[in-house]
Design a protein around this ligand. Structure first.
Ligand code: ZN
Length: 331
């Protein structure tokens, strides 16, 4: 971690908000046809196209959980892969699985101590909850809904390839709205009061997650380009403002129905971020961009995953002991 300010991070995750916001500024680009929908339709929002460009535009939105859940699941898969949490499902009673590892069953029985539980939060009925320290917000397509989606009729033919059986046409036809490839979603992942190890755990998840979408079978590929890491004493600009600022900056290069070149977006983001930060009114302690950012990201990629998880686990476990276990005992 040659370039990241280590000293900036807290040595322990505190029990109360301490105002240490580490932002991972990303530009997410679709590589295939993901589905981000609720009840069969893509989610959209009617907003102004840019800040200077005040005409209205309908944009595709990706809600928070559709961004954070796949990233969580990637991290949890690694925690199982490297032997930190059990592969067993919860039977409602046992705390450890047959493998002797803590059972952390997503949305069923959270272990309340692994990096995922502490960084992203959990809720277990009445018996306690932990607020997420990873904050995401809805992301908006840079280009309009009109030019960023395609409606597919998904056929589910019989094995012989036909859609008819006994003279009847199958009803297994379903029309669905998909996002098209190379659609751009500027998006900021904010972490609050995490230790450096837990922050790196989150960065690693963002870097590794390549599939997003409604459900496992309906996911599509997406690439997350990290364009900046910003350490500040408050939350920086919103996804919508970032998207609208990029729209203004790229106005000449947005020529629908042609796709926007992601490289143009990345370059524009680099130019815009310092100005956007100035307008935010927060104190920025570090902005990693360009070569410094590249050095940081290649350091993260080069990390030994098991060691990274071990360190993150030690930090989440310490928080568990200081704050989670204590509160449970009081009850
Ligand atoms: Zn857990």
């Amino acid at each position: 971690m040659s370039t990241l300010k280590h000293d900036w991070f807290l040595k322990q995750v505190p029990g109360k908000p301490m105002g240490r916001y580490a932002h991972i500024v990303t530009v997410r680009v679709t590589d295939s046809y993901p589905l981000f929908q609720t009840d069969g339709e893509l989610n959209t929002a009617r907003v102004t196209a840019g800040i200077d460009a005040t005409e209205p535009m309908t944009r595709i939105t990706i809600f928070k959980r559709k961004q954070s859940t796949p990233e969580r699941l990637v991290g949890r898969e690694l925690l199982r892969r490297y032997g930190f949490i059990s592969g067993d499902a919860s039977d409602g009673k046992a705390e450890t699985g047959a493998d002797g590892l803590p059972i952390c069953d997503y949305n069923v029985r959270f272990c309340t101590q692994c990096p995922d539980c502490i960084a992203y939060g959990f809720a277990i009925g009445d018996s306690g909850s932990e607020k997420s320290k990873v904050i995401t917000d809805s992301a908006y397509s840079l280009t309009s809904y009109e030019h960023s989606h395609e409606a597919f009729t998904l056929n589910a033919p019989y094995e012989d390839g036909t859609m008819t059986r006994y003279g009847e046409v199958t009803s297994r036809i379903n029309e669905q709205d998909h996002v098209t490839p190379q659609v751009i979603f500027p998006s900021i992942v904010t972490t609050r009061d995490l230790t450096e190890n837990l922050f790196l755990y989150v960065v690693n998840n963002v870097m590794r997650t390549k599939r997003y979408g409604a459900q496992t079978t309906r996911t599509g590929r997406m690439t997350n380009h990290i364009v900046a890491v910003v350490l500040a004493d408050g939350e920086i600009f919103s996804n919508l403002l970032f998207t609208q600022a990029l729209y203004d900056a790229l106005k000449d290069k947005i020529t629908p129905p042609d796709p926007v070149n992601p490289q143009d977006v990345l370059a524009a983001a680099q130019r815009l971020i310092p100005d956007l930060l100035k307008q935010d009114g927060v104190k920025v302690d570090q902005t990693l961009m360009g070569k410094d950012l590249d050095a940081f990201l290649s350091d993260v990629s080069a990390l030994d995953v098991k060691t990274l998880l071990e360190k993150a686990y030690a930090d989440s476990r310490a928080y568990h002991e200081a704050w989670v276990a204590k509160t449970n005992k009081k009850k």
